[in-house]
Design a protein around this ligand. Structure first.
Ligand SMILES: *Cc1c(COP(=O)(O)O)cnc(C)c1O
Length: 337
């Protein structure tokens, strides 16, 4: 497979427990009267409570170690799972981790600011910084670069985990790889998957998975569920991401315009805010399957998955990617009960 030849030459540090299981959600399917629903348990990747960032971080830490970094820096929302898992990865690899938390969710309570991922960051020993403006990616990045410069002047070897647009999406490669893992599992289990549903935030997971599937000649549909910005903006982002992945892998993108499917039906009222469909999804999965979802990402993407399952009836089998985020449950305690 010529499209993915380069992938195997890019530095990667194993951190995730893989392959993660694929499990049927039989009670849920019966309850909805729909076709079959399966879940890919990427909440079980290990690395301090798990999630999709474990696969992505394998490539960022791969590059950090290649550059002999001794300190990594990362910026994100206060309850960022990426930041928490970066802190865990750094600890495991013996690196210092500086994290910058951006105040993205206004009117947040004490639990949001102190519990969930924030609590875990502290336990994991990360050095914490805050950035007051939540919707200023460029500003947050510039401030992080400033901290890195100061660390450099103090004799450290800093590596910034670059998440803003304009940087090669190394993290997406984790999901290009995951596409191969999923196709192997489907070949073994004969689960007849027609469509994959996945949260679409930075787009690394969505674009990586779609790119990997098409590169491996699979035509399984992939629906990205908007959790961070509306459909139009996300469409532009995924389109760019696919081109960036192709550039990184020194190849042509196998993803066609019509492959990029997105819904923002369950996005309102916005990033990190719950709605009724999300509450229903969280409650149904917990009570029918013993499966926990988080309020920011997987609750919303499962809400979209339920809608799709209801609308398409018995004819379609769906694979839901559980991207993790479990610590968020504790940060959103007041909105969940
Ligand atoms: C980051 C995150 C996502 C979104 O993944 P992207 O690769 O940024 O699109 C989804 N779910 C959880 C739990 C996350 O932490």
């Amino acid at each position: 497979m010529p499209i993915l030849t380069k992938l195997h030459t890019i530095a990667r540090t194993p951190l995730a427990h893989t392959p993660t299981p694929i499990e049927p959600l039989s009670n849920l399917g019966k309850h909805l009267g729909s076709g079959r629903i399966y879940v890919k348990r990427d909440d079980c990747t290990g690395l301090a409570v798990g999630g999709n960032k474990a696969r992505q971080l394998e490539y960022y830490f791969g590059e950090a170690l290649e550059q002999s970094a001794d300190t990594v820096l990362i910026t994100g929302a206060v309850q960022s799972n990426f930041v928490r898992m970066a802190a865990a990865g750094a600890a495991k690899l013996g690196l210092t981790c500086h994290i910058q938390l951006e105040e993205r969710v206004t009117d947040a309570g004490a639990e949001y600011r102190e519990s969930g991922n924030v609590l875990l960051n502290r336990i994991l020993g990360a050095v914490m910084h805050t950035y007051p403006k939540g919707e200023d990616e460029a500003g947050a990045d510039a401030n992080l670069r400033l901290i890195a410069e100061q660390l450099g002047e103090a004799g450290k070897k800093p590596y910034i985990i670059p998440l803003a647009p304009g940087h090669p999406p190394l993290g997406a490669l984790g999901y290009v790889r995951a596409a191969g893992e999923i196709l192997d599992q489907l070949a073994d289990t004969h689960y007849p998957i027609d469509e994959i549903v996945v949260a679409s935030g930075s787009g690394n997971t969505h674009a990586g998975l779609l790119f990997g599937l098409r590169a491996l000649d699979s035509d399984i549909a992939v629906t990205g569920v908007c959790v961070r910005r509306n459909r139009k903006a996300q469409l532009a982002r995924i389109t760019t991401r696919c081109q960036e992945i192709a550039a990184l892998l020194e190849t042509e993108s196998p993803v066609q315009r019509q492959d990029i499917q997105l819904t923002d039906d369950t996005f309102a009222p916005g990033y990190g805010h719950l709605n009724d469909a999300t509450h229903e999804a969280i409650s149904l999965c917990a009570r029918l399957e013993g499966l926990l979802l988080d309020p920011v990402y997987t609750g919303k993407s499962m809400a979209a998955c339920l809608k799709l399952a209801r609308n398409t009836g018995k004819n379609k089998s769906i694979l839901f990617i559980h991207t993790g985020g479990i610590p968020g449950i504790f940060a959103y305690r007041d909105s969940l009960i």
